[in-house]
Design a protein around this ligand. Structure first.
Ligand code: SF4
Length: 468
């Protein structure tokens, strides 16, 4: 089983030396996408420098370590493992041999046809050391490079075989190659920084690197950065075919990011407005589950006229619950992470806004906490339709049985989490709030229809594998 992860990537190419501090700042901005491990690889005059470690970016990379990562070009990665194999060996970037030189590769996402490609490579005599998607991608690219002797052509040939959602940064020959799956399931943004060019999983990372996003890397596009410039772009995608992960707007991306030209904050606010219209509630207070549901709660309050209140306070020094891999740790840390404001909720009918419900374990604890604080009623409203099917493209929602909405109607979910009612925003409401056409979004975990062929799952009717 390949490692499954929801991660963040960054890459930078400068005209003069000093890529590491930029990568450090970019990774810190992407810390919410993975908190288990982080890594940076840079290159100077053909020599690769790299360092990775377990923990948060600032815990791994002190100034002394950053000073050892030389050169004007590099890539970085933050990782969240969902397999339990949260060890340093699986941290990225991983070092690879490409162009007869040391290079490095890092990626965000998951492949559906991992086993098929692994067997194909092994049949060609390629030795694979581990079972990670990342190594296999690197070996596939190296294999194709042996045929084409041109790296971006090798990437295009390799990408044409990879089925799934991925955003990749590759450091080789003093250049950064950044590419994205042919449907743009996982995000990747291109921009400028002082004296150079950069890519990152989210626009906010480019801004925190002191630069700005110029555009999203198109689905299937391969972008080459060299000496601080974008020197080449090419594509393997069919024009117009897209399936951006709706979960980026719902939960993953920071609210101050812009994805596919759509503000994440505004999408979340509109989700709250839409919920207030679709599923109104008689209540005294609208309370968000902090921090991720604040915009939704503000939107709900503005339409409903019910006062907004920060009834739950978050301890800012505890990591996000969903991206902590161990279930018992998750439950324990809800209590450490959130605390109700004394007196504020007593005797009140509370509408509790959450961004999404995956397993329901965290929300059950929170509903209990709101009741213990004296709320007379807790009505839950959710800014994402019921998640009823697994994700195969890099988000940790693996098995139907783990999903609280699988096989349950809203009233049954309310019973499980101990709320007086639960209502989710509709799929149409979600699509309208994001502001992109439904056929340009991946809604696989909501509808059970996926944008690429997944064994034993239904394929979304608009696209077939042959169109990639
Ligand atoms: S299945 Fe769901 S979480 Fe996975 S990529 Fe599609 S929309 Fe995102």
């Amino acid at each position: 089983m390949p490692a499954r992860e929801q991660c963040g990537v960054v890459g930078v190419s400068l005209q003069s030396t000093g890529a590491a501090p930029y990568l450090f700042r970019g990774l810190r901005a992407l810390q919410h996408r993975g908190q288990e491990s982080a890594g940076i690889a840079t290159s100077s005059h053909g020599t690769l420098y790299h360092r990775k470690g377990m923990g948060l970016v600032h815990e791994i990379f002190g100034q002394e370590i950053l000073d050892t990562l030389r050169g004007p070009v590099g890539i970085g990665h933050v990782r969240y493992s969902t397999t339990g194999s949260s060890d340093l060996e699986n941290a990225q970037p991983i070092v690879v041999k490409i162009r007869d030189q040391d290079g490095a590769i890092a990626h965000n996402g998951d492949l559906v046809n991992f086993e098929w490609i692994r067997r194909r490579l092994q049949a060609q005599g390629v030795e694979l050391l581990g079972d990670a998607d990342t190594e296999m991608m690197a070996q596939l690219i190296a294999f194709e490079y042996g045929r084409t002797r041109e790296l971006d052509a090798a990437i295009r040939r390799a990408a044409a075989e990879l089925v799934g959602g991925y955003a990749v940064v590759l450091l080789a020959g003093g250049r950064v190659y950044a590419f994205r799956d042919p449907l743009g399931i996982r995000p990747l943004v291109l921009g400028t920084v002082d004296g150079g060019a950069a890519v990152a999983s989210e626009s906010v990372a480019l801004e925190l690197m002191g630069g700005k996003a110029t555009r999203d890397i198109a689905p299937g596009e391969v972008v080459v950065l060299d000496k601080g410039q974008v020197v080449k772009t090419s594509s393997i995608a069919s024009p117009g075919a897209r399936a951006h992960c709706m979960f980026e707007w719902v939960y993953f991306s920071r609210p101050d990011s812009i994805a596919e030209g759509r503000s994440v904050y505004e999408a979340r606010y509109r989700l709250g407005e839409r919920l207030a219209k679709e599923s109104p509630a008689e209540a005294d207070l609208v309370v968000p589950v902090p921090d991720s549901a604040r915009p939704q709660a503000l939107g709900f309050a503005s339409v409903s006229g019910i006062p907004y209140a920060e009834g739950l306070i978050k301890n800012r020094f505890v990591e996000r619950t969903f991206i902590l891999p161990d279930q018992r740790r998750r439950e324990f840390e809800v209590r450490v992470k959130l605390h109700p404001v004394p007196g504020l909720l007593r005797g009140k009918r509370v509408v509790l806004l959450d961004d999404s419900i995956v397993r329901g374990t965290t929300l059950r604890e929170i509903v209990q906490m709101v009741r213990s604080a004296g709320a007379s009623r807790v009505d839950v409203r959710v800014g994402c339709p019921p998640i009823r099917a697994p994700c195969y493209f890099g988000v940790d929602m693996k098995a139907r049985r783990e999903l609280v909405a699988h096989g349950r109607e809203e009233a049954e979910v309310a019973q499980v989490i101990g709320a007086d009612s639960v209502h989710y925003v509709s799929v149409a409401g979600l699509v309208e709030a994001i502001g992109l056409p439904a056929q340009d979004l991946c809604l696989g975990c909501l509808t059970g229809k996926y944008p690429v062929d997944v064994p034993e799952e239904r394929h979304r009717f608009q696209k077939s594998l042959g169109e990639f």
